[in-house]
Ligand binder design. Structure first.
Ligand SMILES: Cc1ncc(COP(=O)(O)O)c(C=O)c1O
Length: 450
């Protein structure tokens, strides 16, 4: 049943009583009740319209009619597991294969990004016969036990780093050890991975895989320097491991120039495994792992069946196919390039105006605005970011700083986000920052007068 059945206060009270507080709300002090979504907009129970700059799951837009229709039509005919022959699953695999390098030609279908990364881990371990994993600082790869173990963002608050997990520095040219003035940050950061791998091997550890988001989003909307992944892949493969590109947040045309974010790293780079989720089902639980024949054959050689009750169902694949159709028909990849560049330009202008904006980085509709207390120290302006996000929400703009670096505004809107939306969001950002600066100045004057 759609819409609101309870008054907002009652919904909140029921939620607090019945759901674990580990399941957090956005804006916990003043949560928003959303009852409807369309395109890049969300609507609350009073009919207020919010621009959604957060939701990279509703990739082609909330409730896109063609996606909804595809699910509905297939639901009326058949939805069962993938043990029967069905055209949807093979058509979907074929369509996905056309977007990927030829080598990545075997597909597994699942229901969530976590399932995809967990399977990637199993594939890598089976193929290599090794157990260990190298990950990047602050990474998050999913909520299953196996993935919490390879997610520094989570495990640092739990039982800590397991002996089979090795953490390399984020290739962050704004805050990391090798910055924008370094002559070759790609090689310098890849050498850090080499160092981590060597030190693990000296302890007798054997590397099964390197996992990284192709653009570390959880880690702070980081754009790894081009060439970094190729160098990392060399070090990892030399140690017998595989390269897993987590495209769960960043794939499917979001970066504009390419369909996959790993392609930003150069033509010569091909991961051994690509994991997809979130956006590929536009809100329906669809996920996928793509890998090579060799990796897949090693997995098959155990003789153990891979069975997933819902993964690759006719409905999920119909939804997946419809998302690809919409991306093509509405040319959303090119749109992401065009609107993303415009948004970057507007944000760069704000950087010139407001010293709190330390860095604006991004590609396509994947953009980060790094707020700093001081330009020279680059100290994160976390409280200011919290304040800004809550003021934007009061002005019906939903933006998030989720992740370990809570000073980074993360723009990952649905791909139909347009230039008018960009203008409006940036004008509001400008107004709030100007107001914050005025308030700070008058506090300063009062302090000096006292
Ligand atoms: C980069 C990345 N990988 C994996 C996952 C896990 O996906 P899911 O929540 O669909 O299991 C997430 C979820 O936020 C993610 O951001």
């Amino acid at each position: 049943m759609a819409g609101a059945r309870h008054a907002k206060a009652d919904t909140l009270a029921l939620r607090l009583r019945l759901l674990s507080s580990s399941c957090r709300l956005f804006f916990p002090e003043a949560p928003v009740k959303i009852v409807r979504g369309q395109g890049q907009y969300l609507y609350d129970e009073q009919g207020a319209e919010y621009i959604d700059c957060i939701n990279n799951v509703a990739h082609v837009g909330h409730c896109h009619p063609l996606v909804v229709q595809a699910a509905h039509e297939q639901n009326q005919v058949l939805n069962t597991n993938s043990r029967y022959l069905h055209d949807n699953i093979v058509d979907y695999a074929q369509r996905l294969s056309k977007t990927l390098p030829e080598k990545l030609c075997v597909f597994y279908f699942l229901n969530s990004g976590s399932e995809a990364n967990d399977l990637a881990l199993r594939l890598a371990r089976q193929y290599t016969g090794h157990q260990d994993v190298v990950v990047l600082e602050h990474a998050y790869h999913g909520h299953l036990s196996s993935l919490i173990d390879i997610s520094p963002y989570k495990f640092q608050h739990l039982d800590g780093q397991k002996e089979w997990v090795h953490v390399a520095p984020l290739p962050d040219t704004y805050r990391g050890p090798y910055r924008e003035d370094h002559p070759d940050p790609a090689v310098a950061y890849a050498n850090e991975v080499k160092r981590v791998v060597s030190s693990a091997r000296e302890k007798g550890r054997k590397i099964a895989a390197f996992f990284a988001e192709s653009l570390p989003s959880v880690g702070g909307q980081i754009i790894p320097p081009a060439g970094y992944f190729s160098h990392v892949a060399q070090h990892i493969r030399r140690a017998g491991g595989l390269f897993v590109a987590d495209e769960i947040q960043v794939g499917f045309g979001r970066v504009g120039k390419h369909f996959w974010a790993f392609q930003l790293q150069g033509e010569d780079f091909i991961p051994d495994i690509v994991t997809m989720g979130k956006s590929i089902g536009n809100g329906h639980p669809v996920a996928c792992v793509a890998t090579t024949q060799a990796v897949s054959r090693a997995f098959e050689s155990t003789g153990v069946e891979y069975f997933n009750t819902f993964g690759g169902s006719p409905v999920s694949c119909a939804v997946g196919l419809a998302v690809l159709d919409v991306l093509e028909k509405e040319q959303l990849q090119a749109h992401a390039s065009y609107v993303g560049s415009f948004l970057m330009e507007l944000l760069q202008q704000q950087k010139e105006k407001h010293p709190i904006i330390g860095d604006v980085r991004g590609v396509g509709l994947f953009i980060g605005v790094d707020l700093v207390k001081d330009e020279s120290t680059r100290t994160p302006a976390t409280e200011e970011a919290d304040y800004l996000v809550s003021r934007l929400k009061e002005n019906c703009i939903l933006l998030s700083t989720d992740g370990p670096g809570r000073n980074i505004l993360k723009f990952k809107p649905p791909m139909c986000f347009n230039r008018d939306n960009a203008r409006h969001v940036v004008a509001m950002l400008d107004a709030i920052l100007t107001d914050m600066e005025e308030k700070l100045r008058s506090c300063e004057t009062l302090r000096l007068q006292a």
